[in-house]
Design a protein around this ligand. Sequence first.
Ligand SMILES: [Ca+2]
Ligand SMILES: [Ca+2]
Length: 256
Amino acid sequence: MRTFILLACFALLGHSIAEDAVENKVDAAVEEEDEKYNPKTDPCYSKECPIGKECVINKEGKGHCACMEECPEETSERAKVCSTSNITFDSECEMHRQKCLCHHKKDLCVDEKYKHVKLNYYGPCKEQDECTEEQMADFPLRMRDWLVLVMKNLADRGDLPEKTKKLTDENEKHTKKWVLPVIWKFCDLDLGFDRHLTYRDLLPLSAPLKTLEHCTGPFLGLCDSDDDGEITLKEWGHCLGLEDDEIADKCDEILN
Ligand SMILES: [Ca+2]
Ligand SMILES: [Ca+2]
C-alpha cells in the first residue's frame, strides 16, 4: 500500500514537472511574440471599430472593421437591450453584431429582419404601460424640472465648460429657470451640431429613460410635430413648454 502511495506521489510529481515545463515553454513563446510585436506595423493597432464590429486584417494586409466573431458573454439582465421592434438581445454588442451579420448576409445571421434592428432602450423588452393623457401633460413639466437639476449638479461638480457655468449662474436670477437647461440639453444631444435631433442623437436620453418613464417614447414622438423623424430646436422648445421668444439658439455659446 505504502509503495502504491509513493508511486502515486511520484506519478503526480512527474505530471506536475511535465506540466510546468510545457507552461514555461508557452510563456517563453508568448514573451518572444510580445517582444516581436510592433504596434506601428499592426494595421489594427489604432483602428477603432463601432460596437458589434472588430478589426481584422484583410488580404491586402489592411485593417478593416468586420462583424465580431462573438461578443463578450453577458448573463446579467442589466446587459440586455430591447430593440425598436421589441426583440430582446443579450447585450448591445450582440444586437449590433446581428445587425452587421444580417446586413452582410452571413450564415450566423439569426433573422434577416435584424439588419434594420435599432436600440430602443436598455434592459429586456417589457410591456410598457399606456401613457395616459394626464401623464403626458405632466411629463414635459417633470422633464424640464429634471433638466434644471441635472444642469445644476453638473455646474456644482465643475463638469460644465466655463462659459456654460457663467450662463447657469446668470440663469439663477430668472424666474423660468428651465429655459436655459431645456436649450442646453438640445445642444448637448445634437450630434454633428446641425440643430436637428435624430433618433441617434436622442439615444443617450431615450435609451436609459424609456425603461423608467413609459411616456418617454410617446413624448418624443409628439415633439417631432411635423413628423419628419427629426426634432428641431423649435419643436424641442415647444414640447417642453417654452414660448417662441424663449427659444433662442444658444448652442455656440453653450458648447464653447
Ligand atoms: Ca444632429
Ligand atoms: Ca421635426
